[in-house]
Design a protein around this ligand. Structure first.
Ligand SMILES: *Cc1c(COP(=O)(O)O)cnc(C)c1O
Length: 364
């Protein structure tokens, strides 16, 4: 309180945040930057400009932003349903897949319920869980930087409501195979909702990860996807879940009203129509990923193969600090995780070459 406020108030008690909120780790966004010489490789964004059709759809929709968007996102949900071979009733959209995930967790978890996920994985997971008053249960990754599904299944208790599988995993890039996901779905109690977060699925080699839609037809798991990464719409905030009609309906009911803007809905529809252009861009990134992986192996780095648009360097504190200093000095923004390692987004070949040169100079 300021002295003036104290003078006019008889008490000094201040409004307080609820416990879980006060104790939350704050989300650390990928470092941002722009301008000559800066390579923004910290947030796994697409380095391409928006697809022309998406940009045109946004420009067109901008003339109507005095109006609320379609709250039910009917056109987008119908377009997604056709695209994926489900019904519109099985689709729920939200402001980014993080927004949809928040709806899932708050829709299913009471205070004290548990959400199991691998760690290290996507940093938003523990934040969303704690915000809901639920308890995060982190299961360490296995030696190959992948999900330890046996340990995750063993961690299920009567309080477990949701399990998050991230494939390919952010930040390690390691996928979970179809057979392993299916065995997991068979092993966990059917009342536990298994969410398969596939933010990077477009970048994965065919067959490297689960056919989550095929699994969805046989188990009531949720597929969570986004337009933020391969489709290049990170700034517009739109993601979606494929879920059983009952869960999808619940998600639509728990949604913040009008959270997905008309601009985002139109751009997402246009992006689905521009599938071939998107696929060509993704192919170029995958080719760069393979080139970098081969060159880094030749430099002596021992990395797990990544199925995302990023590479993961496991690093102790010494190496991490050394790499962070070197990347900082070079104007290359990457994502460093204390005690774990460094994640670098694969982008255009010029930026990738800068990364390769820097890592060659810092190879063990
Ligand atoms: C980037 C990312 C998301 C996507 O978030 P949006 O809210 O859709 O932008 C979801 N999950 C993982 C694992 C991610 O890395």
């Amino acid at each position: 309180m300021t002295p003036e406020q104290l003078l006019t108030r008889p008490d000094t008690a201040l409004p307080t945040l609820r416990g879980p909120v006060a104790g939350l780790p704050s989300y650390v966004p990928g470092r941002r930057g722009a301008g000559a010489g800066i390579a923004a490789l910290a947030s796994n964004e697409s380095h391409y400009e928006p697809l022309p059709a998406a940009a045109a759809a946004v420009a067109d929709a901008a003339g109507r932003m005095n109006r609320y968007p379609d709250m039910a996102a009917v056109e987008l949900r119908e377009r997604l349903a056709t695209h994926l071979g489900v019904t519109a009733g099985e689709v729920a959209v939200g402001p980014g897949s993080v927004g949809v995930l928040q709806q899932i967790i708050t829709g299913l978890c009471d205070a004290g319920d548990e959400v199991v996920f691998a760690w290290r994985s996507f940093e938003a997971y523990p934040i969303l869980v704690e915000l809901a008053g639920a308890r995060p249960v982190r299961i360490p990754l296995d030696e190959a930087e992948g999900h330890d599904l046996d340990a995750m299944a063993a961690a299920v208790t009567d309080r477990t409501k949701v399990i998050l599988l991230c494939t390919p995993n952010n930040p390690t890039g390691v996928p979970i195979s179809h057979d392993r996901v299916e065995a997991f779905l068979q092993a966990v109690p059917s009342k536990v909702l298994v969410v398969i977060d596939e933010a990077y699925v477009e970048y994965a080699d065919a067959g490297s990860g689960p056919d989550s839609l095929a699994l969805y037809r046989r188990y009531p798991n949720v597929c969570l996807r986004t337009f933020s990464k391969a489709y290049g719409l990170a700034g517009l905030r739109v993601g979606y879940a494929i879920a059983t009609p009952a869960i999808a309906e619940g998600l639509r009911r728990t949604a913040l009203p009008f959270a997905v803007s008309a601009l985002a809905q139109k751009a997402a529809v246009a992006s689905l129509d521009a599938e071939e252009e998107m696929a060509a861009r993704v192919a170029a990134v995958r080719q760069e990923r393979a080139r970098m992986a081969a060159e880094l192996a030749a430099q002596g780095w021992k990395l797990q193969p990544s199925q995302g648009n990023f590479l993961w360097i496991r690093a102790d504190e010494d190496l991490r600090a050394r790499l962070v200093d070197a990347f900082d000095a070079a104007g290359i923004l990457v994502r460093a995780y204390q005690g774990d390692g460094v994640r670098i987004t694969v982008a255009d070949s010029a930026s990738n070459n800068r990364v390769l040169r820097l890592l060659a100079a810092n190879a063990a």
